[in-house]
Design a protein around this ligand. Structure first.
Ligand code: SAM
Length: 302
């Protein structure tokens, strides 16, 4: 009998005793191979002064190794049926705070206590697959103060986070990840390490926050509005994406002129552009927008 089998039987017994039923709608696939939570915590680089936010602790499989290594763990779980299970599994650890909430509905600004200055602020999670991208976008764009994010995601999502321009996986998530962080793929996990097993392979990835973004823009929101508008309708040209997706008061001809003035084809698509090129276009659009629709000059900030 291997350790994953023994752990799975133990988990089944605990969940059964609590009358717990897995809820598909919450993306509940729990890790049963005890080596994997340890490896994730190791990859996250959690140290004894660190405070960790864990999203979706489930029945605490990863919370235990986190609590053993970190100063404090804040574990946010949406499913109220798991709270008594978590309390039982974690009763030996007095450095864990369990919060029953939906991470998407929480303000993340003050989630890390003020006395965390000494250690790093890390986010570690085996993310529910149904909501991975919205959670990642929220973490990245929240402006919250954190050092790194280590998450287990579907392998395809990890590929999107690290994709190159012009590839199928490249998109708004890739650009948000590289604007805010430096991504590193840690390792891949097969479905039989989970209970119940998901239909996909999973990848652990660590995103280390940049001290300063690699490109400078005056208006970060406009940059991300531009990126979203470009990828909302992937097959459209960038001119059409901007014209339909952003409310800048520019005609298609004017948008086209701005793109051509920056050396792009008038039929360029967003999927071909790097973060630096998006930033350059955003700067030009921001400068135009500031001056108002009557002063159109595509070379305005040259
Ligand atoms: N961390 C556990 C593990 O590795 O075994 C469980 C991971 S399971 C893939 C995802 C967990 O996230 C589940 O416990 C689920 O109930 C929880 N969850 C789903 N949506 C959530 C949300 N919006 N906010 C907080 N937790 C959520």
């Amino acid at each position: 009998m291997n350790s994953a089998y023994i752990e799975r039987r133990r988990m089944e017994e605990v969940l059964h005793r609590h009358g717990f039923r897995f809820q598909k709608k919450y993306g509940q696939n729990f890790l049963v191979d005890p080596g994997i939570p340890e490896a994730i915590v190791e990859a996250a680089g959690v140290g004894e002064d660190d405070t960790v936010l864990e999203i979706g602790p489930g029945m605490g499989t990863m919370t235990v190794p986190l609590a053993k290594r970190a100063k404090k763990v804040i574990a946010v779980e949406i499913d109220d049926h798991l709270i008594p299970v978590l309390e039982e599994e974690l009763e030996r650890y007095n450095n864990v705070e369990i919060i029953r909430n939906d991470i998407m509905k929480m303000s993340l600004d003050d989630i890390f206590p003020k006395d965390t200055e000494k250690g790093a602020k890390r986010i570690v999670a085996n993310l529910p697959y149904y909501i991975t991208t919205p959670i990642l976008m929220k973490l990245l764009e929240s402006g919250m103060d954190y050092t790194s994010i280590t998450v287990m995601v579907q392998r395809e999502v990890a590929e999107r986070m690290t994709a190159s321009p012009g590839t199928k996986s490249y998109g708004a998530l890739t650009l948000a990840v590289s604007y805010y962080t430096n991504p590193r793929i840690d390792f891949t996990i097969e479905p039989d390490s989970f209970f119940p097993p998901p239909k996909v392979d999973s990848t652990v990835i660590t995103l280390t926050k940049h001290a300063n973004p690699p490109v400078e823009v005056d208006d970060e929101k406009l940059l991300f509005d531009l990126i979203r508008a470009s990828f909302n309708q992937r097959r459209k040209t960038l001119v059409n994406g901007i014209s339909h997706g952003m409310n800048l008061g520019l005609s298609k001809d004017e948008i086209s002129e701005i793109l051509v003035s920056l050396g792009h084809s008038p039929t360029v698509r967003g999927e071909a552009l790097s973060l630096e090129q998006f930033a350059e276009i955003a700067q030009r659009l921001a400068a135009y927008h500031k001056l108002g629709a009557n002063t159109f000059d595509p070379d305005i900030i040259r």
